[in-house]
Structures are given as structure tokens and as C-alpha cells.
Design a protein around this ligand. Structure first.
Ligand code: CTP
Ligand code: CA
Length: 223
């Protein structure tokens, strides 16, 4: 009944959402990535769009269709995401960062395909990527609402609270990815909404419903 009761309550709002996984190339045909499907980020795009917002989706590698009627900014690497977000962030009212960003990239990306050397191990050195959410937090505009995600396997609440502060977020959506029905590549999630005021534990719900609950929280915080 979400759409009936919520109506077009986001009309006139510019919402920027990141989704999917970044890819960090080692050569023209190989890369390092993670398990993000893009489902959570795209569910937020669709929910915000259906509630009347102007939505921009910045997305990496995804395994589900890109939503219709949203502005699309495809990216590949964490560095691409950083560049796109530094450009896009200032023009948006609400920013929700659901992308699973690779924390490291391959140190020296090869221009040609790496050849196998029989009997020898291949050693790759990884370099830290920029923390995009932290950088967005550093250029936060007055009145902007910044949200992030924290997919954790242990000390879920403490880790998420630390990220809320470090990245200058207004809201972090934390989930324990070891619990069945939460996390990567499923249609459901079990999350907690954490703000500086406290924690709200949510039951198992479909990602689309969680998207609406997140947007409800955002609208409450904008008041
Ligand atoms: N994030 C980001 N840039 C990065 C890493 C993460 O913008 N280089 C964002 C994610 O999109 C997410 C939030 O920060 O909204 C938390 O991501 P997470 O990987 O849980 O946090 P990290 O700070 O990378 O900490 P760690 O992986 O060590 O737990
Ligand atoms: Ca990380």
C-alpha cells in the first residue's frame, strides 16, 4: 500500500543514488569486483521515481535491469564513481550510496593482456581507492541528506555507527550479511536504520519496501 499512502511526496526533490559493484581492472579483459547485484540501489531509484523525485542513478556492474525514467550515469571503477559523484553531488537534495565500492584497485593496470608464465605465481599489489562517501560528506551542502549502507559480518551496529560519523552521513542502513535473507543478490533485506539519534531495527522485508522505508526516514529528517 506504499504508493497509495505516500503519493508523490518526493515531487521536486533531486535524488542521487549509487548502485552495483565497481570493477577494478588488472588488464583489458580481467578485473576484481564484488557480489553486489544493484538490486537495493535500483529499488531505491524506483521508489524515489514513483514518489515523484527526479532520480539520477550512478551505477557500476549490475545483474538486474537499469530502472526506466531515471537519469543514468554508468561507471566502472571506484575512481570513476568518485569523479561522477564530485560532479553530481552538489546538485542533489538527497544522496543514497548503495554501491559496493572496491576498497582497493590493482596498482599497475596493464594496457595489454597479462600472459601466463608457467610455474610462477602472479603477484598483484593493490592500492587504496578513494572513499567516495567520505569525500561527498566533506562537500556536503546545507540541507542535503546523505545516506550510506554498511554491509557487515560482525559488530554490525558499532561498525555502522563509526561509518556514520567518519563519512558525515545523516543515515546509515546497516545489515548483517551473514543472516539468511539479508544482503547480496537476494530480493529481501533485514536492516537497521542508524542516525545520530538512535537505531531502528526493521524486520525482514522486500528491498522495494525497505527502499520506501528509507525514503520515509529521509523525508522525516528533512522536516
Ligand atoms: N564507500 C565509498 N567509497 C569507498 C568505500 C565505501 O563511497 N571506497 C561507501 C559505500 O557506498 C557505503 C559506505 O561507504 O555507502 C560504507 O561502505 P563499507 O564498505 O561498508 O565501508 P568502508 O568504509 O569501506 O569500510 P570497510 O569495508 O573496511 O568495512
Ligand atoms: Ca569497504
Amino acid at each position: 500500500c506504499g504508493m497509495l499512502s505516500r503519493g508523490k511526496d518526493l515531487a521536486g526533490l533531486k535524488v542521487l543514488v549509487t548502485a552495483g559493484a565497481t570493477r577494478e581492472r588488472m588488464d583489458p579483459v580481467r578485473y576484481i569486483t564484488n557480489d553486489s547485484s544493484g538490486k537495493m540501489g535500483f529499488a531505491i531509484c524506483e521508489a524515489a521515481r514513483d514518489r515523484g523525485a527526479d532520480v539520477t542513478a550512478v551505477f557500476g556492474s549490475v545483474s538486474v535491469p537499469v530502472p526506466e525514467r531515471v537519469r543514468k550515469v554508468p561507471i566502472e571503477s571506484a575512481q570513476d564513481l568518485y569523479d561522477a559523484m564530485m560532479k553530481e553531488a552538489p546538485g542533489h537534495d538527497v544522496i543514497i550510496q548503495a554501491a559496493a565500492v572496491c576498497d582497493y584497485r590493482v596498482d599497475d593496470k596493464k594496457a595489454t593482456k597479462i600472459k601466463k608464465k608457467a610455474g610462477e605465481p602472479l603477484v598483484l599489489t593493490l592500492t587504496e581507492n578513494p572513499d567516495v562517501a567520505k569525500a561527498v560528506g566533506e562537500i556536503k551542502k546545507e540541507g542535503q541528506i546523505l545516506c550510506g549502507f554498511a554491509a557487515e559480518t560482525d559488530h554490525v551496529k558499532q561498525n555502522a555507527q563509526a561509518k556514520l560519523k567518519k563519512k558525515n552521513l545523516d543515515l546509515i542502513i546497516a545489515n548483517d550479511v551473514t543472516v539468511p535473507g539479508a544482503g547480496f543478490n537476494v530480493d529481501t533485506n533485514i536492516a537497521s536504520l542508524i542516525t545520530e539519534k538512535g537505531t531502528e531495527e526493521l524486520p525482514l522485508m522486500r528491498k522495494r519496501e525497505l527502499a520506501d522505508v528509507i525514503l520515509d526516514k529521509v523525508m522525516e529528517m528533512r522536516k
